[in-house]
Design a protein around this ligand. Structure first.
Ligand code: HPA
Length: 273
């Protein structure tokens, strides 16, 4: 833990030298949703590989970057690319980037993801505002010694997603005519997609969408007192609901196809935070 905090402090000192402002809103861009970065009037970009101790990506090519700048009048920092547990990181390493965003001043987080639809009323391309989550990764980034200065040992999870931000998102959805659904997001570790029987089980458990991210970040924000808005892009229907095999290319293609609506929604929400 001490080591983790030392690593964070070292990483932050590199970032601090490259930025001169506070950034009040953080955005984490999910699989295939990186196009949102085009909405940012960029002030500074910092590739993760230039940040000491930032968990090294196991994915070939780009490891991702922080983008600092303005959207709709607000100072924001976006993570274009995030770390997933299935890549082999510890659950604490998964939230390393988020902990750095807290250090640059974020008070609100918009966390986005690509997810499989479990609710039979959902269709690929729907955007779902997350109103609760189920941690089916059975990992928790808060395990270990607690720092009372950061947050309580036993954080409340009665409202992991901010009702205030959900209200803003729903108002923006009406104003912009970008339709949204609302529902429960369930996280598994992945990297396999679900079996048809698992999908049936997850539906019985009360989940509307399933994915491989977002919950570790949400838990960390509950601890730190950062307000969270979660938005899932339903990129496909869950195994067995969907008549065909799932593939990552289907996920990316659907996410890309909603780029205009997704960008409009998130941009307008940021303006109202
Ligand atoms: N399952 C899990 N994660 C996902 C899915 C899915 O069907 N689609 C996009 N991410």
């Amino acid at each position: 833990m001490e080591n983790f905090n030392k690593q964070l402090a070292e990483a932050f000192s590199t970032i601090k030298n490259k930025i001169s402002k506070n950034y009040e809103v953080g955005v984490i861009l999910g699989s295939g949703l990186g196009f949102f970065a085009k909405q940012i009037q960029v002030e500074t970009e910092i590739p993760y590989e230039e940040i000491p101790n930032f968990p090294k990506s196991t994915v070939e090519g780009h490891s991702g970057k922080f983008v600092f700048g303005k959207v709709n009048g607000k100072q924001i920092v976006a993570m274009s690319g995030r770390n997933h547990f299935y890549e082999g990181y510890s659950i604490k390493q998964v939230v390393f980037g988020l902990k750095l965003m807290e250090k640059v001043g974020i008070k609100n987080l918009i966390v986005t993801n690509a997810a499989g639809g479990l609710n039979p009323r959902f269709k690929p391309g729907n955007l779902m505002i997350i109103d609760d989550c189920i941690n089916f990764t059975f990992r928790n980034p808060l395990i270990g010694k607690n720092d009372e200065k950061e947050g309580p040992r036993f954080p409340d999870m009665s409202q992991p997603y901010s009702q205030e931000l959900i209200k803003i998102a729903e108002e923006v959805s009406l104003e912009t005519r970008v339709p949204t659904k609302k529902g429960v997001y369930l996280a598994l570790t992945g990297p396999t997609y679900e079996t048809a029987s698992e999908v049936k089980m997850l539906q019985i458990l009360g989940a509307d969408a399933v994915g491989m991210s977002t919950v570790p970040e949400t838990i960390t924000c509950s601890h730190l007192g950062i307000k969270v808005l979660g938005i899932s892009c339903i990129t496909n229907l869950g195994t067995g609901i969907s008549p065909h095999k799932l593939s990552h290319s289907e996920v990316s293609e659907t996410a890309n196809s909603v780029s205009e609506n997704f960008s409009k929604l998130v941009t307008e929400i940021i303006g109202k935070i």
